[in-house]
Design a protein. Structure first.
Length: 415
């Protein structure tokens, strides 16, 4: 934690009004997103500051945490403890568990509605709904053996991938009524997967969904399914050349969608798939969609750690994070160059299955930049009407604890 120098708390508060005006005029980019890596082997979550690529906290959760998702406001993190039969709720400001939701099942994936009101958790017997206001399970949907889960960006539908069969259950995200079952063995798909799906992701406009298969055709060729989300129909099962594929990540809205450096294509929408090649090498496949020709256009392959699982991209689309289960590391990829720029040591057997990077920055200041702390304080004081009110709203025990959290987010900046 860095020092704020000799300035006193009253002096800091006295400067808030002036700083607030400066913030409105010359706001620095808000880049202090955190990545939350579930470590299934030791029951912890490693919190990574994506600006500095350092672990800033380790949070103890339940047994064998796998699934993870961050609330749209970035303030809460929901972790599915697979064999622990519970969901841990983490306060992202204090990095402490503030609630535990019991669910008597083996749990896997987590997804949250865009309004932050409902969390969906996949399990061996059902798709569970958690009301975030009360942290209670409501209206579980019978859908046994589900694994990956997705709430479409428009908030209308929940997609749950089957762990053991090549089908995806689609339900209304509000009523939980079954809308469709997507058949990945349809004639239009081409090659037929022989096992269920794992990672699942959608384009920002909710028109297309991608699903990675746990084991592809013949048990040796990794597949990724492309699905028309409006018609709930399979368009193609594309080969990526891995023995298994697991995670899928899509660039966020507003990113340069023709940014694949190795092979730019007009109208290309790059997406990323983590997998293990037949040779055993951990790989991230950079894929282009729509396709210029039938079959996936593989722009490039990026070697990462051993047995990559979860994969997620920062909100600005510039960095990709991959959890390497067998190496106890996270690989960081620059999406402009498709190169690994950092390898971060985390806990034991990291999975990070889900959207594990916060969609918004917790604080306004930019980590590593001068006055990061001051900008964050001024923005919080303006938004909540003072730092004491901000601490209360964010679930922090005191103003001092909130100041400490800001310092940890700001990193090594000269305050």
């Amino acid at each position: 934690m860095t020092s704020r120098g000799s300035i006193s708390l009253p002096q800091l508060f006295a400067a808030v009004t002036t700083l607030a005006l400066a913030w409105l005029v010359t706001a620095a980019p808000a880049t202090a997103q955190q990545a939350y890596i579930t470590n299934a082997g030791d029951g912890t979550v490693s919190v990574i500051n994506t600006a500095t690529d350092t672990v800033v906290a380790t949070v103890t959760v339940g047994t064998a945490p796998i699934g993870v998702a961050v609330s749209p406001d970035g303030l809460k993190v929901y972790v599915a403890n697979s064999t622990g039969g519970s969901v841990s709720v983490i306060n992202a400001v204090t990095n402490t568990v503030v609630a535990t939701v019991p669910i008597n099942d083996v749990l896997f994936g987590v997804a949250i509605t865009p309004d932050g009101k409902t969390v969906f958790v996949t399990g061996g017997r059902s798709l569970y709904n958690i009301d975030t206001a009360t942290n209670t399970v409501t209206h579980p949907v019978p859908a046994g053996g589900t694994f990956g889960v997705l709430v479409t960006p428009d908030g209308k539908e929940t997609w749950a991938a089957s762990e053991r069969t090549p089908f995806i259950s689609v339900s209304n995200a509000t009523t939980n009524a079954l809308v469709a079952v997507v058949d990945l063995t349809a004639f239009s798909c081409g090659l037929i997967p022989v096992a269920g799906g794992s990672g699942i992701a959608a384009l920002p406009d909710s028109t297309t969904v991608f699903e990675a298969t746990l084991i592809g055709f013949g048990g040796q060729i990794g597949l990724v399914s492309v699905i028309d989300a409006k018609n709930h129909s399979c368009l193609e099962n594309g080969v990526v050349g891995a023995s298994t594929t697991f995670g899928v990540a899509v660039l966020p809205a507003g990113s340069n969608l023709s940014c694949v450096a190795a092979q730019p294509a007009p109208g290309c929408k790059p997406f990323y798939v983590s997998g293990v090649t037949i040779s055993g090498t951990g790989t991230v496949f950079v894929l282009d969609y729509p396709l210029e020709t039938p079959g996936f256009s593989i722009a490039t392959k990026i070697t990462v750690g051993n047995n990559p699982k979860g994969i997620a991209v920062t909100p600005d689309g510039k960095k990709l994070y991959v959890a390497n289960q067998n190496d106890n590391t996270v690989s960081v990829i620059d999406t402009a160059t498709n190169k690994v720029t950092a390898t971060i040591n985390v806990g034991t057997a990291p999975w990070a299955f889900g959207k594990f990077i916060a969609p918004v920055a917790l604080f306004a200041g930019t980590p590593g930049f001068p006055n990061c702390h001051g900008r964050s304080v001024s923005a919080l004081a303006q938004k909540y009407g003072g730092m004491a009110a901000a601490a209360t709203a964010l679930g922090v025990s005191s103003v001092s604890a909130l100041q400490n959290a800001i310092d940890e987010s700001c990193g090594t900046a000269t305050q």
